[in-house]
Design a protein around this ligand. Structure first.
Ligand code: ATP
Length: 675
């Protein structure tokens, strides 16, 4: 064997006790775990996948045990016994024909029965396969529904901490069935290979050949196994590690539609084309094919030739035997052994291939079930009720941030979004948080909304650590309107009504919330009004060999199917704001956090929204994050000015203007624009 494409393999370090190795494959760097034994690895991986597969089998069994057992029986029949039966029937036909030829009198009746048996077996197999498809479809559907409910439930439960890096949602519920089917195949194929080996052994024994023939029959599958090791069977990380290649990729992306306007207005098309030619010249002949392709080419041509001719070894033996030992040679036996050897070679390769892929399947199943076990940092397990006894009548929420620091999960702990922030907010206050980009304003809102927990310090609500309260109580006591909200792919009425799920069907309340959010006219303009669903069915339409720009009826149909009703950015913000006004109707909200809700609103819409929010805040503490604070600051009880994750200054508008520092500077810049 030679390594034709790996240039600088070297041991780099140790991961989980196993050394890792890094090598360059063309423009890629490939990092693999150094294997202790190539042969054992796939089997070890297979064994590791068993616990999650066990749970899957249990789930399928609970769905329909009869269908499951039938499915397993048929698969074992198909993978294990059928090839052997086929082989045996073919062998019998060959023996009968050979005997007939030797005696010069073919036994027509036996030949007829043998051929008929073979035909019946073929017909039965085809029918069984059809039937298994029906059974399989039923099982797939039931399993998919069950897992979809499980996954949706845990996806909906996942908080931002979980969603940011901890939970792997990159799977599809279909994967579970594929994985199950795959494991059944592998089991069936293993049994099949064992059966075929026994068959060859017995045929060789009964025909008087020695174990040498068995050995020769195994050489080709074994060589193929060595050659067949693919990168997919090895835990690995690969990434482009060539600046020219990276530049080529990025330049190719400049053809994307989103860059169109900048390219045209910037008049830089020629420059990009010439840069692209330059980078192609620099790349020269460096191999840019994907790592698994390069990895599979690591064998020399000589090795490949050896693997190819190894399939002829048994035939060379039979030919020699026919010359030196003609009386022992039976054509039927030779043909049977050739058939068996070919079958074994194919089955062995398919089995190994499937064993190597089994780990990936098992990992996907594990990922599906793992979504249930994610711990949610923000969902404290507190039991204290909110509002605490005697506080129900208090107008708003009393909040204290005590030495709060926070860094986002995934960020370096040293990159803190908030540093030692302390702040007291009295019930019912209107607090306006201002400051430069990235100064930590939105982070305060996210902590108050319990989307994250402080890394250090405490947030006290009504004098008690926020984490001690029952999460559901706190959710009922808060409302948020931020720039990050989205419209759900549901009707617009539901989009607004879901602010208060108990009144999602209350048309009057929805209309009132729409009016206060400034979305009344948006709904009026739409043909189906509040019953409009912006995206009818997310992503589900196809056009095969049909281009939207063709002038055919089919193309027109595709165009019609893929057309969604859309609203502008400002209209979307109004609809989302309406949902927040609807939320206020639940009557238990004591804290409303509003974070830049008006970036896309026209000045009139912005003023209206700010006024409506202000008017609706009775009984609530309101924390308002905004860069355009002119409308609000004269109403604010407290203005907090943030800088680099810390509170730079706080006070009323008059106090901060008198201080004449950061806030006064920002206020004057805004005021100047209007004078
Ligand atoms: N989801 C996130 N993951 C990692 N880092 C984040 C995340 N969100 C914000 N940050 C970082 O935290 C810091 C504070 O961000 P934050 O959004 O609170 O600032 P901001 O004052 O609201 O800014 P802006 O005025 O631009 O909205 C910034 O350095 C930002 O890069």
């Amino acid at each position: 064997m030679s390594t034709t494409t790996t240039t600088d393999a070297q041991t780099e370090g140790v991961a989980n006790g196993a050394p890792i190795e890094s090598r360059r494959l063309g423009v890629y760097r490939l990092v693999t775990q150094k294997s202790t034994s190539n042969f054992r690895e796939p089997w070890d991986n297979l064994a590791r996948g068993f616990p999650s597969m066990k749970r899957l089998v249990k789930d399928i069994f609970q769905l329909n045990s009869t269908y499951l057992l039938l499915y397993l029986l048929i698969q074992v029949w198909e993978c294990t016994f059928l090839p052997l039966l086929d082989l045996d029937l073919s062998s019998r036909i060959l023996v009968i024909i050979e005997e007939g030829l030797k005696q010069g009198r073919p036994d027509a009746t036996r030949i007829f029965y043998a051929v008929a048996l073979k035909m019946i077996s073929t017909v039965m197999t085809t029918l069984i396969k059809e039937w298994i498809l029906i059974v399989e479809r039923k099982l797939i559907r039931a399993l998919e529904f069950k897992l979809q409910a499980l996954v949706l439930r845990s996806k909906l439960r996942t908080d931002l901490t979980g969603a940011q890096g901890k939970v792997n949602h990159s799977f599809n519920e279909h994967h579970a069935w594929y994985a199950f089917r795959h494991f059944v195949f592998v089991g069936g194929q293993m049994a099949g290979v064992a059966g075929q080996l026994v068959y060859i052994f017995r045929t060789v024994q009964s025909s008087g050949h020695g174990p040498l023939v068995v050995g020769l029959c195994l050489v080709h599958p074994f060589f193929n196994f060595l050659k067949g090791q693919s990168l997919w069977s090895i835990p690995h990380v690969a990434h482009p590690d060539d600046s020219n290649f990276a530049r080529r990729q990025n330049l190719l992306h400049l053809g994307d539609r989103k860059f169109k306007q900048d390219l045209i207005t910037g008049d830089i098309v020629q420059h990009i084309l010439s840069e692209f030619r330059k980078v192609l010249r620099l790349l020269g002949n460096t191999d840019i094919s994907e790592p698994h392709v390069q990895y599979s080419r690591r064998f020399s041509p000589l090795w490949r030739v050896l693997v190819a001719i190894s399939s002829d070894f048994p035939m060379i033996y039979y030919a020699g035997n026919a010359i030196f030992n003609p009386t022992q040679s039976s054509l039927a036996t030779i043909a049977t052994l050739q058939l068996a050897d070919n079958l074994l070679g194919r089955s062995f390769l398919a089995m190994l291939h499937n064993v190597q892929r089994a780990t990936a399947h098992a990992n996907r199943v594990k990922a599906i079930y793992d979504v249930e076990n994610v711990e949610h940092d923000a969902n404290g397990a507190g039991v204290a009720r909110y509002p605490p006894e005697g506080q129900a009548q208090v107008q708003g929420m009393a909040i204290e941030l005590r030495n709060v620091s926070f860094s986002y999960p995934g960020n370096e702990p040293t990159k803190t979004a908030l540093k030692n922030v302390s702040l007291t907010i009295d019930p019912g206050q209107l607090v306006v948080v201002v400051g430069a980009n990235g100064s930590g304003k939105s982070t305060i809102v996210k902590l108050l909304m319990q989307l994250y927990q402080p890394s250090e310090g405490t947030i006290l609500l009504a004098g008690r650590d926020m984490r001690e309260y029952n999460t559901a109580d706190l959710r009922r006591a808060t409302a948020a309107l931020t720039q990050d909200h989205h419209l759900f792919p549901l009707s617009l009425a539901e989009n607004i009504g879901l602010g208060n799920p108990a009144r999602v069907g209350d048309g009057e309340a929805i209309a009132d919330a729409a009016r206060r959010g400034g979305a009344e006219k948006v709904l009026e303009r739409l043909k189906e009004g509040s019953h409009t669903t912006l995206e009818r069915v997310l992503g589900l339409h196809w056009g095969n060999n049909v281009r939207k720009d063709d002038k055919t009826l089919l193309a027109a149909e595709l165009e019609r199917m893929s057309k969604n009703i859309d609203v502008s950015g400002g209209e979307k913000q109004r609809l989302v704001a309406a949902r927040t006004f609807m939320r206020f109707t639940i009557g238990t909200v004591k804290l409303a956090c509003v974070d830049e809700p008006s970036a896309n609103l026209d000045p009139e819409g912005e003023l209206e929204l700010f006024d409506n929010l202000r008017l609706a805040r009775e009984g609530m503490t309101m924390v308002f994050v905004t860069h355009r604070f002119g409308h609000l600051t004269q109403h604010a009880d407290l203005i907090v000015c943030m800088k680099e994750g810390q509170i730079e200054e706080k006070g009323t508008h008059a106090e901060l203007m008198a201080l004449d520092r950061e806030y006064a500077k920002m206020f004057r810049i805004q005021a100047k624009a209007f004078t």
